[in-house]
Design a protein around this ligand. Structure first.
Ligand code: NDP
Length: 475
């Protein structure tokens, strides 16, 4: 076997899958993991199950051995827990590498960390890429969506490998360079924010079916499966159908009925919301989804709330909502959610001078990643036509919204009037109603601000900025 020029550090869930993908679809590679037993286990397992791929792996039990196994110039993919572990690995690795050896952080880094690492790499004169990888274990093994960031010439050094291992949408690789510094990890964070929101809206619809309409999990799962044949076709709707129809092998009951209603998170949705606040971008559907996960984790509080205040009535009158209306609500909500995600990307692109390629962002999400859906192809087309415009004004999506807003309104109004929580769907509707209101209520806010803080306001009938109301002189 020729000496590998690519190495991968971190043989956890993602690293193992990515290593096999590289070995199968790109080229031989060296692998290393801090805990050597994991390397041994990985190699033994691969030898037993995929012997041809095992031959293309060079395991190392020390960082020194790993580095010397690689032909120069080297490219090292780091796939370890985000945060401090990445800094530790880079600090240990850097003294062993040559100046032109490339380090690629492929974990879920916070883009601020990637900016910091990229700046350090640039000032010290070594190449570095921060790269978001989406698709979970299955994607990493058989084709993830890859969002790269850093100097373009560094990306070009490995783009053929990354394109070879990425998912393909009708033959087009879902691996794209997004911009300098932390651009790739930022796009990945927004992807995850949209993922949170999409999942939450599906969960809310499930709740309406379960608590409002008394449907069992299997019936709900079949409805999701049916929706997956229409405009909502997406990985998340598809797996929601599968999750809902699954049976728990231990109890024989529907799996969903056994799963505790407390959602976990690793923080990428929260980062998205925090960055949106910094950038002044409105992403209420994603904010609502993060809020809902936080609220779900407070199980004792929710139990106490139900004891003290009683459960909401929830059950809907016969015929109050239909499958068609809920499907329409999901279509409208989904468009709003993606529109907000792209708004945030646009705001970040300007703020950080990234020049994010908006249509390419939509294209790279069409396959391999968790939010892949048929709508993303239409979004790529709309963003090609008008990259800087809000997605809901593109004719295709404008028509869909006009068609489905009544369903979203009916769903939100009906759910809320029966105590069925729909934070993400209602955030979508509120956002829509706010942005189609030319005369908002913020004149009252400005009046209040001027009253207590003399902040001044603009007038509708004159030019200029610093007008004040009569309250100061009236005492
Ligand atoms: P795992 O928990 O499965 O594996 C973590 C890996 O990090 C292990 O190899 C571990 O080594 C290594 N590690 C942790 N701390 C250190 C350290 N200080 N020094 C060296 N190695 C260290 O995680 P995943 O594979 O799931 O995730 C890896 C990255 O990929 C994370 O950033 C994650 O957010 C991201 N990601 C995960 C996805 C998923 O679906 N799981 C999807 C997309 C991205 P050891 O065995 O020695 O503990």
């Amino acid at each position: 076997m020729t000496q590998p020029r690519i190495g991968l550090i971190g043989l956890g869930t993602m690293g193992r899958a990515l290593a096999l993908n590289i070995a199968e679809n790109a080229e031989p590679l060296a692998v290393y993991n801090r805990t050597t037993e994991k390397t041994d286990d990985f190699i033994a397992h691969t030898k037993a199950n995929e012997p041809a791929l095992a031959e293309r792996l060079t395991p190392a039990d020390s960082l020194e051995g790993f580095v010397s196994a690689l032909a120069t110039p080297r490219a090292v993919i780091v796939m370890v827990d985000a945060g401090d572990p990445v800094d530790k690995v880079i600090a240990a690795l850097r003294p062993l590498l040559n100046d032109d050896d490339l380090i690629i952080d492929a974990g879920n880094a916070n883009f601020h960390d990637t900016n910091r690492r990229a700046a350090a790499a640039e000032s010290e004169g070594w190449p570095f890429i921060g790269m978001g990888v989406s698709g979970g274990e299955e994607g990493a093994r058989h084709g993830p969506s890859i969002m790269g960031g850093g100097p373009k010439d560094h990306w070009d050094r490995v783009s053929n490998v990354l394109e070879a291992i990425s998912a393909k949408y009708e033959g087009t690789p879902c691996a794209t360079w997004m911009g300098k510094g932390g651009a790739g990890h930022f796009v990945k964070a927004v992807h995850n924010g949209i993922e949170y929101a999409d999942m939450q809206m599906i969960a809310e619809t499930y709740g309406i079916f379960r608590d409002g309409m008394g449907r069992d999990a299997v019936t709900i799962g079949k409805t999701f499966a049916k929706w997956n044949d229409g405009l909502l076709q997406s990985y998340l709707i598809e797996i929601s159908g599968k999750v809902a129809t699954a049976t728990d092998p231990d109890s024989g009951k529907p799996m969903l009925d056994i799963i505790l209603d407390r959602a976990g998170q690793k923080g990428t949705g929260r980062w998205t919301v925090i960055e949106a606040q910094h950038l002044g971008a409105a992403i209420p559907v994603i904010e609502a989804a993060v809020f809902a996960r936080n609220a779900s984790s407070r199980l004792p509080l929710r139990k106490r709330g139900e004891e003290v205040f009683g459960a909401a009535p929830m059950a809907l009158p016969e015929g109050a909502l239909s499958d068609e209306v809920l499907e329409g609500a999901m279509i409208a909500g989904k468009i709003m959610c993606y529109a907000q995600g792209f708004e945030l990307l646009g705001a970040a692109s300007v703020q950080f001078d990234w020049g994010l390629p908006m249509p390419e962002v939509a294209r790279v999400w069409r396959e391999g990643c968790i939010i892949r859906s048929s709508m993303l192809n239409d979004m790529a087309d709309a963003l090609t036509e008008a990259p800087d415009d809000t997605l809901i004004f593109a004719p295709f999506f404008r028509d869909l919204i006009v068609q489905h807003i009544p369903a979203l309104r009916q769903t939100v109004a009906t759910a809320l009037s029966h105590g069925l929580p729909v934070p993400a769907l209602s955030a979508a509707l509120n956002w829509f109603d706010m942005i189609r209101t030319a005369r908002s209520t913020a004149n009252m806010i400005q009046g209040q601000r001027d009253f207590f803080g003399a902040h001044g306001f603009e007038r509708t009938d004159r030019d200029g900025k610093d007008y004040h109301g009569p309250w100061a002189m009236n005492g």
